[in-house]
Design a binder for this molecule. Structure first.
Ligand code: PHE
Length: 413
């Protein structure tokens, strides 16, 4: 039978019918990979922190938050898909694992921090493949300006400084207008000041992109760094943007950002202020910079992985022998209540841990007469560190099948 509580960071939390934090996930809470200065995530977070050397780093913020803090305080609508139990990890009705570092914006602004960074583990239910893992790391950054003539002067001076620096750099920027009808400024903002803040955000992040990508291995030193700005939408910023960088022949999504909704600063009781904020995924950038081919490697304790990295250095990962994959299929008739892909993935992750490399839905079909639906998933079992025997993969796969039957009442075909 399932325990009535879930243990997280040494504390027991009561479960209820929405609880979906599996033990595979609970085991990751508190690992704090990014705090190890010679782990690729730590190296990247140190590089970004030293770029923003005059920003304060926030620590000690628990990954266990209320849905209000993760969503409502940031203006997420009641029907936002991110709230669904198929997309997020709920401890119970009242508590969840944060899905993004923006969940801490209100409390950090409330501390009257004017320029700050926050690195943290975040949790999202998702498919299983080489670039998705249910636990990953984000870094949030924000800068607050007074909403008056002194703020305007500060912005003008900083924008001049950053433009001067960028004008000398080998960078080509594909920009969008700071403010458009589809990506508007806020009613609470003087449009001139909002423009200056948006421009400061863009200049600041263009400069960060130079620090991260210019002159890295695989980039032609003579070629300029290409950065592309795209209009975006987030419930807690407007105007909002996404940043992409052209690196090793491909456009890569790097981050989301924007001018913070006044609602957030009001909730934090910070008067007469205007702010920008950004949030970036550390794994995505680290996989590119260090040439790490599989996101599970970040969790590896294998010295063949860990010993390759040195604090303060971006180096190219050399893959050690890749072990053969072992595919196992499972086909079944869905229960009347259905079964979400993410429920299947979490079930596999819980039984196989990091021995699952990916899960692919290879067939899905509805019987024309009975109207029953069936699905077939292909699970690829493969260890990062050793050769997995067929017997071992079979044992796990049999557990997957019996759990599917017991927990979800499916009928195996
Ligand atoms: N929290 C957003 C995400 O996870 C990123 C973001 C941060 C966007 C800050 C705007 C401002 O996608």
């Amino acid at each position: 039978s399932t325990p009535a509580t879930v243990s997280l960071l040494g504390q027991q939390y009561p479960k209820d019918k929405v609880s979906n934090v599996t033990s595979a996930i609970a085991d990751k809470v508190g690992r704090n990979l990014y705090m190890n200065p010679s782990h690729p995530l730590g190296i990247l977070q140190t590089l970004i922190s030293s770029h923003y050397h005059d920003f304060n780093s926030m620590t000690g913020l628990s990954p266990i938050v209320t849905p209000a803090k993760n969503f409502d305080d940031l203006g997420f609508p009641a029907d936002h898909p991110g709230r669904a139990a198929t997309d997020s990890y709920y401890i119970n009705r009242d508590l969840m694992l944060r899905t993004h570092t923006s969940a801490h914006e209100v409390e950090v602004f409330a501390r009257r921090e004017r320029q700050w960074l926050l690195s943290a583990d975040v949790y999202r239910r998702d498919e299983i493949d080489a670039s998705h893992y249910p636990v990953f790391h984000q870094m949030e950054g924000a800068r607050v300006f007074p909403m008056d003539a002194s703020g305007r002067a500060e912005l003008e001076a900083d924008n001049a400084r950053l433009s001067h620096h960028l004008a000398r750099a080998n960078i080509v920027i594909e920009d969008v207008p700071h403010i458009t009808p589809a990506n508007p400024a806020q009613a609470a903002h003087d449009p001139v000041l909002a423009e200056l803040v948006a421009r400061n955000l863009k200049l600041s992040l263009n400069s960060l992109m130079l620090t991260l990508f210019a002159g890295r291995a695989g980039a032609d030193a003579a070629e300029p760094l290409r950065v592309r700005w795209i209009e975006a939408y987030f419930p807690f910023t407007t105007p909002s943007y996404e940043v992409e960088v052209f690196f090793r022949g491909k456009w890569l999504e790097i981050l989301g950002c924007g001018v913070v909704q006044q609602l957030t600063l009001d909730r934090a009781q910070v008067p007469n202020s205007i702010s920008w904020a950004f949030g970036l995924g550390l794994e995505r950038i680290a996989m590119i910079l260090f040439s790490i081919p599989d996101i599970r490697l970040f969790w590896s304790q294998d010295p063949r992985f860990l010993s390759q990295f040195t604090a303060g250095q971006i180096s190219t990962f050399k893959p050690y022998s890749k072990y053969p994959a072992c595919y196992k299929d499972v086909s079944f008739w869905l229960p009347d209540t259905g079964l979400h892909d993410n429920d299947f993935c979490d079930l596999v992750r819980d039984l196989a841990g990091d021995l699952v490399q990916d899960v692919v839905l290879i067939d899905s079909f509805t019987h024309p007469k009975t109207n029953r639906s069936s699905k077939c998933y292909r699970v690829n079992y493969c260890s990062m560190d050793r050769s997995l025997s067929n017997e071992e993969a079979n044992t796990i796969h049999e557990q997957v099948i019996s759990t599917l039957k017991d927990k979800f009442g499916v009928e195996i075909r």
